[in-house]
Design a protein around this ligand. Structure first.
Ligand code: FES
Length: 165
């Protein structure tokens, strides 16, 4: 399980239902932003952008390490910034590991009518917000485009490309 920033909040109840051999990779910009630092009874790897707690760097650094060292992974669940989830998806694809991510889009109607939350052909409020590898492979706007509150389309790479460096 990979949680970035506020992405820890929606994953919390799932964490408590998974087997005890689950590993949670949990990151935030600094120690003070780590949600529920003492809540779960399972193996955790922490990281922070500023190095104030755990590994200094990104959650995807730690996931990549686990994937490249051949750790057996049956499934990866992720929630956090879209660029983080996209990197998680890409890493999982290199080893054929199924993953599920929880997407975020501005929502208005919440039942698939207004189109505010579309991501490619998917309607996030109705078809998701959790999507698995198969759907993500077909989702051309994943980590590419989103609609702002105004309805104007925005290129996500303009906002987040610096985080990929
Ligand atoms: S919020 Fe209206 S279609 Fe999803």
């Amino acid at each position: 399980m990979v949680a970035g920033g506020c992405g820890m909040a929606p994953l919390a109840t799932l964490v408590e239902q998974l087997p005890s051999d689950t590993t949670l990779i949990h990151g935030a910009r600094s120690k003070d932003f780590l949600l529920f630092p003492d809540r779960f009874d399972l193996a955790r790897e922490f990281c922070t952008d500023d190095g104030s707690f755990g590994h200094q760097g990104l959650v995807t650094d730690l996931l990549e390490r686990r994937i490249t060292d051949g750790s057996p992974l049956d499934m990866v669940y992720a929630c956090g910034p879209e660029i983080m989830m996209y990197k998680v998806f890409q890493l999982c694809e290199t080893r054929g590991i199924p993953c599920q991510v929880s997407l975020e889009r501005y929502m208005r109607c919440g039942f698939g009518v207004c189109g505010a939350c579309v991501c490619g052909k998917q309607v996030v409020c109705k078809d998701g917000p959790v999507f698995g590898s198969e759907a993500l492979r077909e989702m051309k706007d994943f980590n590419k485009k989103a609609l702002l509150k105004s309805g104007r389309e925005v290129d996500l790479s303009l906002y987040f490309s610096w985080r990929c460096q």
